[in-house]
Design a protein around this ligand. Sequence first.
Ligand SMILES: Nc1nc2c(ncn2[C@@H]2O[C@H](COP(=O)(O)OP(=O)(O)OP(=O)(O)O)[C@@H](O)[C@H]2O)c(=O)[nH]1
Ligand SMILES: [Mg+2]
Length: 253
Amino acid sequence: MTSLGIALANLADAATGTFTPTLRLGVTGLSRAGKTIFITALVHNLLTGGRLPGFTPMADGRFIGAQLAEYPDATIPRFAYEQHLAALTGQKPSWPESTRRISQLRLVLKYQSANWIAGWRGPATLNLDIVDYPGEWLLDLPLLSLSFADWSREALERANRPGSANEATPFLNILASIDPQKPANDSDAEKLAASFTRYLRQSREDNAMSTLPPGRFLLPGDLEGSPALTFAPLPRHAACSFDEPLCHARGSV
Ligand SMILES: Nc1nc2c(ncn2[C@@H]2O[C@H](COP(=O)(O)OP(=O)(O)OP(=O)(O)O)[C@@H](O)[C@H]2O)c(=O)[nH]1
Ligand SMILES: [Mg+2]
């Protein structure tokens, strides 16, 4: 929500006395960029009135305080703030493990509004919802602009490069053993998706700096085992049209 949106929401709040504006903050960056640590530190500093010199309400002395609140959607996992903090500040401090699924946390911030419209009614309240997710999923954004056929071509070109032989050969052998023109069936799609996933995993182990998409195959989160992830790149004559057999191959990217 923009500051204009927050001001308008505060106005509505003043009118009804019930509405609290909500700001949803997604922390983004590639895997190991520091998202989870950043969120843990931010929440800790907000809860304890810690060092946040760039946070204007605190610098102006208008920040009253923050507290954790229940997230309204009980189906979304909660960000493990307490566990991460305990790990970082324990007797034997440790970094949290790489994030495997999306999680969220709600903070309720109380502050004196600097806005004259809202300011007349005293302290203001803002729900701050913070979202953490696995950085691998960022790799999948460029796939939004690709058709299944284009993505298949790129993925198979990569898999066929001489440098990829070690990790890609088992997948390419399975792909070669399946006739992509025959009617699609679950067992072939699962076999292909499983060996394609093993190939992606192996290439990440061999070269940690170049994770291949889709990142969601490496960290499926709540889509693990779902039909949305049961697909693999197919050769051009099969991937050219979704009307053809196996082009359905369990969805597109
Ligand atoms: N020295 C230092 N290292 C940090 C800091 N933040 C993160 N790191 C290092 O970066 C690693 C990754 O941090 P995370 O916060 O787990 O990274 P992430 O972006 O959540 O990664 P994914 O969950 O894999 O997407 C940590 O295990 C630390 O080794 C920091 O403030 N200081
Ligand atoms: Mg993380």
